[in-house]
Design a protein around this ligand. Structure first.
Ligand code: R5P
Length: 289
């Protein structure tokens, strides 16, 4: 197998290849003055199983086009199998038409990857109304999870934790982490009015005395979900609040906002960022062995 790091996969691709004992190469990506992309393989992919590593953050549209160009080219150059390792895969949250006339982006984007890949491996995909990746993609898929790594981190670093899921969807992360370390957990209720306007509430009693509140979620994007959850927890008496997430997107200065709100934040390294302290490469290689 050859592991090939795409432009947004370099932070994990080399490590993954090393752990697998596989060859590694970086995809050459050039952006022309008119914003078009060109990709080129620096290694012969003929008759090889190729694992492209790409995380979809920052300029997500460019990441998608680059990955599709690479997969199609690999096939055309004779690769026998083309796999995508996506530490973070985008567009999964728009899994229904929330307002008339909207695109159901999840289906459309998944359909695109179905055309070019044989296998897709995603770390903690945001699955809400669908329970498995088989309902999203027609190609073979592997759903990987960083939950055990998050649980280990909390167990080692945070005393007397109480795990908080900031919305109903977060139970898959928050409750599973809480259960595996034998901690108490609570799931809050969230109403989202817009990207930057969310409200959270708690419908069950909570005793935060002598506890360190740890908000666990899959994605932190604008940070508003976490900030609102933290405000509520503070009102209820929480002193120390941490947030441990899988995918630290931290869009538009979110990390600074979280810090201003005195929330200690840590994420996995599915997306490189200044607080990416939990390494998922070990989880990824299991899907490729
Ligand atoms: C959505 O349900 C996700 O699990 C996250 O809670 C959400 O994407 C966080 O977004 P933001 O940081 O923009 O509030």
């Amino acid at each position: 197998m050859i592991v090939i790091s795409c432009s947004h996969g370099k932070h994990l691709g080399r490590q993954v290849a090393k752990k697998l004992g596989a060859r590694h190469s970086e995809l050459f990506v050039n952006k022309f003055p008119d914003d078009e992309l060109l990709v080129r393989f620096n290694i012969d992919v003929k008759n090889q199983s190729v694992a492209l590593v790409q995380s979809f953050y920052g300029n997500v549209s460019d990441c998608i086009i680059e990955t599709i160009l690479a997969a199609s080219t690999a096939k055309e150059l004779g690769a026998k199998k083309v796999m995508l390792v996506a530490p973070y895969f985008p567009y999964l949250r728009q899994d229904k038409r929330f307002h008339p006339g909207e695109s159901v982006s999840q289906d459309i984007i998944a359909g695109l990857f179905d055309r070019y890949f044989d296998l897709i491996c995603i770390v903690d995909p945001h699955l809400h109304r669908k329970s498995s990746l088989n309902q999203v993609f027609r190609i073979k898929s592997a759903k990987l999870s960083a939950n055990s790594l998050i649980a280990d981190y909390i167990k080692k670093k945070i005393k007397n934790p109480i795990i908080i899921g900031p919305d109903s969807e977060s139970y898959k992360w928050a409750r599973s982490v809480a259960d595996s370390i034998g901690a108490e957990s609570r799931i809050l209720e969230k109403k989202r009015y817009s990207s930057y306007h969310v409200e959270v509430q708690l419908n069950k009693k909570i005793d935060l005395k002598n506890k360190n509140a740890v908000i666990v979620d899959d994605i932190v994007s604008t940070g508003h979900t976490i900030i609102e959850a933290a405000k509520l927890l503070r009102k209820l008496g929480a002193k120390n609040i941490s947030c441990v997430c899988v995918h630290g997107i931290f869009a538009k200065g979110a990390l600074e906002k979280l810090r201003k709100n005195k929330i200690n934040v840590i994420s996995t390294n599915t997306i490189p960022n200044p607080v990416a302290g939990i390494d998922v490469s070990g989880v990824i290689i299991k899907s490729l062995i």
